[in-house]
Design a protein around this ligand. Structure first.
Ligand code: DGY
Length: 322
């Protein structure tokens, strides 16, 4: 019998079909990642592992699982996995694209508006009993409507984000590894080189996947090139940003504000310096977290696992195995 490990608790209702073809073990925790030692120990005899983005699937891990055929990540991003090494070992890696596109773009757009209009700060003021009455500039933020947005990464999520921006009458610039002529044609977005995107945008939004090329892309030099009232939004990965440089840029008013759904090391403690800055909004990596979308992501992982176990091509592989 094939053996499957799922590294976080998912609802039993998803497991019925999988249990017909495999022994399924599941780490019985919703909130906490599987400790590394347990992950290594419990993966040793598995054919398929369904992982979370908090699991590091590196050389040590891949070398310790002789029977492993597939790692299926419950996320569209897979920077937690050594994909090339897995390919060398003939292990297929799958992710969950498409099913989370709209939900993630929706969160990103919401975060942009919430940050610009100081919604979190304003609600906290009311809750803390500090609202003394109306005044002309009370919690006055920055308009989103009609402004210029620069989207870094024009994949599916970048395009879904752009679609929302057009509804707000925004000028949409984008930067991507390669031009996306279809998006230019269908969405009216304009390609800009990175420096132009940074210099012209009122909102700079990172939706790109994290790679060695994009790691630490947003550093002191980049924040200095942004407009002094620019707002930086990150729904990609925390690793794109040199976080001390972002903190410095916001503190010193080199940019106006930042909205972050992702951080370099997650989770953060309550004494993290970002949390003392009213102009930095931090969310707990909830880009794709609607019940409908998380259901669809789990189902896609289970379907991929069943395909692999049945000796068929999985639905959403990201690497080519030999
Ligand atoms: C992903 O799927 O990569 C997202 O970051 C999860 O919310």
């Amino acid at each position: 019998m094939n053996k499957v490990l799922i590294t976080r608790e998912v609802p039993e209702r998803f497991l019925t079909d999988l249990k017909q073809v495999a022994d399924v073990e599941m780490y019985p925790e919703q909130q906490k990642p599987m400790p590394r030692e347990a992950l290594l120990a419990q993966s040793k005899d598995k054919t398929v592992v369904i992982t979370m983005l908090s699991d590091q699937i590196d050389k040590e891990y891949l070398d310790s699982c002789p029977d492993l055929k597939a790692v299926i990540n419950l996320a569209v991003g897979y920077d937690n996995i050594d994909v090339d090494y897995a390919a060398q070992k003939g292990i297929v890696i799958c992710n969950t694209p498409d099913v989370l596109t709209e939900t993630t773009a929706e969160l990103g757009f919401t975060l942009m508006v919430v940050t610009a209009r100081r919604i979190i700060e304003a609600a906290a003021m009311v809750q803390d009993g500090e609202w003394t009455g109306w005044s002309p500039y009370l919690m006055a933020g920055k308009d989103v409507y009609g402004k210029t947005v620069g989207i870094y990464g024009m994949g599916a999520i970048g395009q879904a984000f752009a679609r929302r921006c057009t509804g707000f009458g925004m000028t949409v610039l984008y930067h991507n590894r390669s031009r996306h002529e279809q998006a230019e044609h269908e969405l009216g977005v304009t390609y800009a080189d990175f420096d132009e995107l940074i210099a012209r945008s009122d909102y700079v939004v990172c939706t790109a996947p994290l790679t060695e090329e994009t790691r630490n892309k947003f550093d002191q030099q980049v924040f200095k090139q942004m407009k002094s009232d620019a707002i930086f939004i990150n729904i990609g990965r925390g690793g794109h940003v040199v976080e001390e440089d972002l903190l410095h840029a916001v503190k010193n008013q080199e940019i106006l504000a930042a909205g972050l759904d992702v951080l370099a090391a997650e989770p953060i403690d309550s004494d993290h310096p970002f949390l003392n800055e009213p102009n930095i909004v931090v969310l707990p990596h909830i880009g794709s977290a609607s019940v409908e979308t998380r259901d669809a992501m789990i189902q896609l992982c289970i379907d991929n696992a069943r395909y692999v176990i049945n000796g068929e091509h999985p639905l959403t592989p990201v690497n080519k195995t030999r």
